[in-house]
Design a protein around this ligand. Structure first.
Ligand SMILES: [Fe+2]
Length: 379
């Protein structure tokens, strides 16, 4: 028996957001099989699920719900890289591991005296000026911001992309609005709550494409750079956070830590198939892309060209009317489908604005499903 209820989010007229739902009447700390069946089905239908008032949820229960989507998976989504790799990765400074639940990470901003066995830690919300090729002038920095980096949570080397990620908002600084600027010549902007997490649907990103581009996306496979977060450490982002500019700053393969194990290099379908309803999501981590393998056997090697193609396919999917910018309140527990959405950190905090979140995902045991062979009929 379950009394869980799922309520799709409602958006103002003009919005093209067609995902997201609130889930109520479930006890994450003591989840039943019947509750989980509702949650699983809702997740693959709505992609982003919001559970309100969950401050009491333990790191263990957070891990257990995350892990329930793939029960034999155990390691954190980015694995446990040796320190030599971590120190050079762009992800390293942003994560602190909870000692008694190592699949759960603490992220945020500011100084925390003690939390779940971590003591005297300083968290830093990533600021776009550390990653983008250009930055919003300091005089506008509190009112204007950028999407930091659109991404999928995935190591993309060795480990398979996690199916879901969970986020718990433990402490949230009081809200003010900021305006995201795309700064890509379109004039696009989006008003967002401070420190929002922005989500877009990979399904909408695919479905909005013209038929020829959909056919290209269905038949193309994406090769990711080995050790992508080290490889890209000196590279810089486009102003819309959707992939990198090409300035030749990527590390040469010979300079990557431990060299390259060809068995770990990932070549994944450009479209990932929803395991429940068969819909296709355009799922590409735009910053980590290295090569494209086209349906006719051609390999697109030129990095600038690879990025131009991927950006052309993805950009419409992050248009302002398609972005769900979650307005975090303390106790919000968000479960999102990492194989059907892209997300981005947003915003800039002042030093004294303390934010504390817990994040969990686990590397999957299987790789995502690709499109069915052209002409095949789904069973
Ligand atoms: Fe993420």
């Amino acid at each position: 028996m379950t009394s869980a209820t799922v309520t799709p989010l409602k958006f103002p007229e003009g919005s093209k957001i067609d995902f997201g739902a609130t889930v109520s009447n479930v006890d994450i700390e003591n989840l039943t099989d019947a509750d989980f069946a509702i949650i699983r089905s809702a997740l693959f239908q709505h992609q982003v699920l919001i559970f309100k008032n969950q401050s009491h949820v333990s790191p263990r229960a957070q891990f257990e719900l995350t892990n329930r989507f793939d029960p034999s998976a155990t390691s954190y989504g980015h694995g446990t890289a040796p320190l030599s790799t971590k120190a050079r990765s762009i992800l390293h400074p942003d994560l602190k591991t909870i000692p008694h639940q190592p699949q759960v990470q603490v992220i945020g901003n500011g100084h925390i005296a003690a939390y779940e066995g971590l003591e005297n830690i300083t968290l830093r919300h990533p600021h776009h000026r550390t990653f983008h090729a250009t930055a919003i002038p300091a005089s506008d920095d509190l009112t204007h911001t950028r999407f930091y980096r659109w991404h999928i949570d995935a190591a993309l080397y060795g480990l398979a992309p996690p199916i879901v990620t969970t986020l718990l908002a433990v402490r949230v600084p009081s809200g003010r609005l900021q305006t995201v600027r795309y700064d890509d010549g379109t004039g696009d902007t989006l008003a967002v709550p401070l420190g929002t997490t922005a989500f877009v649907s990979g399904y909408a990103m695919y479905e909005r494409l013209p038929p020829a581009s959909q056919a290209f996306a269905r038949t193309t496979r994406v090769e990711y750079a080995p050790h992508p977060y080290v490889w890209m450490a000196a590279a810089r982002s486009r102003p819309d956070g959707l992939g990198l500019v090409s300035e030749g700053r990527e590390l040469a393969e010979a300079d990557l830590p431990g060299g390259v194990d060809p068995a770990k290099v990932q070549v994944l379908p450009m479209c990932w198939r929803n395991p429940e309803d068969g819909r296709l999501a355009l799922q590409v981590h735009p910053s980590a892309v290295r090569r494209l393998h086209l349906g006719d056997g051609t390999v697109v090697e030129d990095l600038e060209e690879v990025r131009r193609i991927v950006h052309g396919l993805q950009r419409g999917g992050i248009a302002p009317e398609r972005v769900y910018a979650h307005d975090w309140e303390e106790g919000d527990f968000v479960l999102f489908h990492n194989r059907g959405t892209l997300h981005s950190v947003v915003g800039a905090f002042a030093e004294d604005e303390v934010r504390l979140f817990r994040q969990c995902n686990v590397a999957a045991t299987e790789f995502p499903l690709g499109p069915l062979a052209e002409g095949a009929v789904a069973a």
